[in-house]
Design a protein around this ligand. Structure first.
Ligand code: ADP
Ligand code: MG
Length: 257
């Protein structure tokens, strides 16, 4: 009485309706599939906890926004505000099942961060993609602060690992930390090396030549500025040149209260 079949056949609930080999096989496969799905879900949950831990929100803490909350009426140019919403939503839908870089470019207070938060929300609701938010300015503070502090060093290592491997990485206000990039010194060097490693990891492609990861950058600096602040290689790996993946917020007003 050691095989599963024997066990089932000795159970009186099954003796009347004997289980065929085919039925048993199908049942086994079903159980296996369900097990695999459970393991997959547990892994996703665990990874999503890690990306939450390693997100860098800064002093304002974790923020949320949704596509539903975007209100074109807060803008004098409502048509433009609507078009920006539409293009961002279309980009997000494409991101559900493909990977590419996205650029949100424009002045402060025009809604770039709000829109990027809406994308995080939509990915969470409608896809299996995991995302991670990094306020670039606050990341710089962490990296420049004190490298001899072991706890900080471990934190930064964790953040770097997550930034390299998360499905969708958000770099909010890229270029805002750049004042410090022009300075000489080991901290600046450390920051540049950090960006090099992250940019390198984010550009990886699979065997079919498709990008493995997506990176969404918000900035109010143009490409030339960013290339001077960081490095051409870093910029070309993180920032798209494709018009269809770029949303320009110019023409919108600063609506920050
Ligand atoms: N179209 C909009 N509808 C509703 N709230 C908006 C809109 N645009 C911006 N906001 C709000 O205005 C504030 C500034 O926007 P934010 O996304 O921080 O701008 P940016 O990142 O471009 O500097 C935020 O509180 C944001 O939620
Ligand atoms: Mg912002």
């Amino acid at each position: 009485m050691n095989s599963l079949k024997d066990m089932l056949e000795s159970d009186e609930r099954f003796t009347k309706n004997k289980v065929s080999d085919e039925e048993l096989q199908a049942w086994r496969e079903k159980v296996e599939r369900e097990d695999q799905e459970r393991v997959r879900q547990a892994l996703i949950k665990n990874r999503s906890r890690i990306y939450k831990r390693d997100s860098v929100w800064g002093t304002s803490g974790e923020q949320t926004f949704t596509f539903q909350k975007w209100n074109p009426k807060v803008q004098p140019n409502q048509k433009l505000a609507h078009d920006i919403w539409k293009k961002s939503a279309d980009i997000t839908k494409r991101m559900f099942d493909s990977n590419f870089n996205v650029l949100f470019y424009g002045e402060a207070g025009t809604g770039k961060t709000a829109m990027v938060l809406a994308i995080i929300d939509a990915l969470k609701q409608h896809s299996n993609k995991l995302s991670m938010f990094v306020s670039v300015m606050d990341l710089r503070e962490l990296i420049m602060y004190d490298f001899n502090d072991t706890e900080a060093a471990i934190k930064i290592k964790n953040i770097e690992r997550s930034m390299r491997e998360v499905d969708v990485l958000i770099l909010d206000d890229f270029g805002s930390e750049a004042g410090g990039m022009k300075n000489e010194g080991s901290a600046t060097e450390r920051l540049q090396q950090f960006w090099f490693r992250v940019a390198e990891a984010r550009q990886v492609k699979d065997k079919d030549g498709n990008k493995r990861y997506s990176t969404i950058v918000t900035t109010n600096n143009d490409r030339g500025d960013l290339e001077r602040m960081y490095n051409k290689k870093i910029v070309s790996r993180l920032i798209t040149k494709k018009a269809e993946n770029t949303v320009v917020f110019d023409g919108l007003d600063d609506v920050r209260e």
